[in-house]
Each structure stands twice: as structure tokens, then as C-alpha cells.
Design a protein around this ligand. Structure first.
Ligand SMILES: NC(=O)c1ccc[n+]([C@@H]2O[C@H](COP(=O)([O-])OP(=O)(O)OC[C@H]3O[C@@H](n4cnc5c(N)ncnc54)[C@H](OP(=O)(O)O)[C@@H]3O)[C@@H](O)[C@H]2O)c1
Length: 273
């Protein structure tokens, strides 16, 4: 598993981590999946207080080599005291002394970002969290959040990004590259939609490109994402087959011709008939 620097820190994180949204209700299976993923080098686990599974993640990582833990505070907890309380709850559920990356899950325009960021910075000072990230922030929101901070930097923005959903390419990808902010691509397999029949032609292309590298279409789709400098991906997978594939999306490179073939296809496709 290749690693990338987290934001402007020297900390190395895997370029493919593990998402946990919807991992609820089958604890034994989920714990097994997370531990198997970690054994394959995907030792970044992304969760959120909203997912209702921090307890399960805590159980999965207990007694294991410590993975990088990313969790999120919900927008309804963005008042100063609520951020602190939410973090304490997450720490207790995850059974860790420090959260590696604490992210604001979505912007909340009804609470001034300064109040929220002050709480986040206090959590860093108190040693309860190591790094601050945001999620689903547009460029204006990201810049505003950074501008009200005094002692820390925003090291990451977690946003939807896949071969099917490329909104971040408008401005966020460039901004993150230039400002050394990690772009954590969520739903990197388009929540599984990529494998629907309607995307057959794209899958065929990815499949053909993959064959030359002995890789699957899903591995090509993930590799296409992490080929971009600031991007890491956090696919969610429950089966060993999927986990193996996702881990194998790292450690090799699509060549320029292959990247162009994908780009040309997507361009033609976006333009329609
Ligand atoms: N910040 C946010 O607002 C936000 C929003 C959405 C998601 N996220 C984060 O991003 C993570 C990933 O996103 P996601 O769960 O929405 O969707 P995703 O990772 O794009 O897709 C997950 C789906 O793809 C399937 N899959 C996984 N690996 C596969 C492979 N190699 N080949 C074929 N299918 C594969 C999974 O099946 P199996 O489970 O059956 O293996 C599952 O059905 C979440 O779990 C969460 O941590 C964050």
C-alpha cells in the first residue's frame, strides 16, 4: 500500500483507506472486514458520530496495531460546548485517547464557523484530536473556516469524488493540490452504482485497461482517483474479495495513454449524443 502525506503534515496515510458508512447491524462481519482491510495495509478507518458505529470501530481496532482513525462531528453539534462533548463521546466509543483526524461532517450556516473552529482548536490543544479536517465544504466554506483559525490548519476536505461524480474538479482539486490539503474521496465507487448496467460501456473500457495490469475495473476506477496528487480514497467494502481488490488499487500506475483514453471517454460521454 502506497502512502501519501496528510495535508501539510509529515504524517503518512494509506492512499486507500476504509469507509464505514452503513456498517451497522452485522457487527461480527463488519469487525472482520475492518481487520482484514487493516491487514492489507488499509489502516485508515473513516467513521462519524452520525454513522452510529463508532463502538463497532472501537471493537475492531482494539488489540490491533493502531490504525489512523478519522471520525466526524455532526452539524447539529457545532456549538462550542457541543463539539467538545461530541468529541468526548467519540473518544469513549472508539476507546482511544486521541482521534487522528476530526472532521466537520457538513457545513452548518446557522452557527458561526469561528465558534466551531475555536472548539476544534481547543481539542487539538487538549490532545483529544491530532488534526482538523472538514467534509462537504465548498471552496468558500473551506477558506472561511481556515481564515478564522489561529493555531491549526485544515489538513483535509472529505468530498464526494469518483469517476462518475467529478464536481470537485471545478476548483477544489486544484486548490487542495496548491495548498497541500488532502482530498479524501468519499463514495469513490459511486456507492456501487458504477457497476450498474447503464455504465456498461465505461466498465468495458475500465475492464480492458485493467486487463493490461491484471486489475479489475473497480481497481482502475480507484487508481484513477489516487493518481491525483492530493487524493486518497475510502471505499467501503464488506466482502474479502472487494477488500482485496480495493487494497490492490494502490501500488501501480495507469500510463498517460490509458489516462487519456478514460478522459476522452468521459468527455464524450458528458457531451452526450
Ligand atoms: N463525508 C460524507 O458526507 C460521506 C458521505 C458518504 C460516504 N462517506 C464515506 O465514504 C465511504 C465510502 O463511500 P460509500 O460507502 O458511500 O460508497 P463506495 O465506497 O463508493 O461504495 C460502496 C459499495 O461498493 C461496493 N464495493 C466495494 N468495493 C468494491 C469492489 N472492489 N468492486 C465492486 N464493488 C465494491 C460495496 O459492496 P460491499 O459492501 O458488499 O463489499 C458497497 O456496496 C463511506 O463508507 C463513508 O466512510 C462520507
Amino acid at each position: 500500500m502506497e502512502r501519501k502525506k496528510l495535508g501539510n503534515t509529515g504524517v503518512l496515510i494509506p492512499e486507500v483507506g476504509i469507509g464505514t458508512w452503513k456498517m451497522v447491524g452485522n457487527e461480527k462481519n463488519d469487525i472482520e472486514a475492518l481487520r482484514y482491510g487493516m491487514s492489507k495495509g488499509m489502516n485508515l478507518i473513516d467513521t462519524a458520530e452520525m454513522y452510529g458505529n463508532e463502538d463497532m470501530v472501537g471493537d475492531a481496532i482494539h488489540g490491533q496495531e493502531r490504525p489512523f482513525i478519522a471520525t466526524k462531528v455532526s452539524p447539529n453539534n457545532f456549538r462550542y460546548d457541543d463539539v467538545i462533548k461530541a468529541c468526548d463521546r467519540s473518544l469513549s466509543k472508539l476507546r482511544v485517547k486521541q482521534i487522528d483526524l476530526y472532521q466537520l461532517h457538513w457545513p452548518n450556516h446557522s452557527i458561526h464557523i469561528k465558534e466551531t473552529m475555536q472548539a476544534m482548536e481547543q481539542l487539538v490543544k487538549d490532545g483529544k484530536i491530532k488534526y482538523i479536517g472538514v467534509s462537504n465544504f465548498n471552496l468558500k466554506e473551506l477558506k472561511e473556516a481556515q481564515s478564522v483559525m489561529k493555531s491549526s490548519d485544515i489538513v483535509s476536505n472529505q468530498v464526494e469524488y469518483s469517476i462518475l461524480v467529478r464536481d470537485v474538479e471545478k476548483d477544489m482539486l486544484d486548490y487542495c493540490t496548491k495548498n497541500k490539503i488532502t482530498l479524501i474521496a468519499y463514495s469513490p465507487l459511486a456507492r456501487g452504482a458504477l457497476f450498474e448496467k447503464k455504465y456498461g460501456k465505461l466498465l468495458e473500457l475500465l475492464d480492458n485497461i485493467g486487463k493490461k495490469h491484471s486489475k479489475t475495473a473497480s481497481q482502475v476506477a480507484l487508481n484513477w482517483l489516487i493518481d491525483k496528487e492530493p487524493v486518497i480514497a475510502i471505499p467501503k467494502a464488506s466482502s474479502k474479495r472487494h477488500i482485496d481488490q480495493n487494497a490492490g488499487a494502490s501500488g501501480w500506475k495507469l500510463d498517460t495513454k490509458e489516462l487519456s483514453a478514460i478522459e476522452d471517454f468521459l468527455l464524450e460521454w458528458a457531451e452526450g449524443p
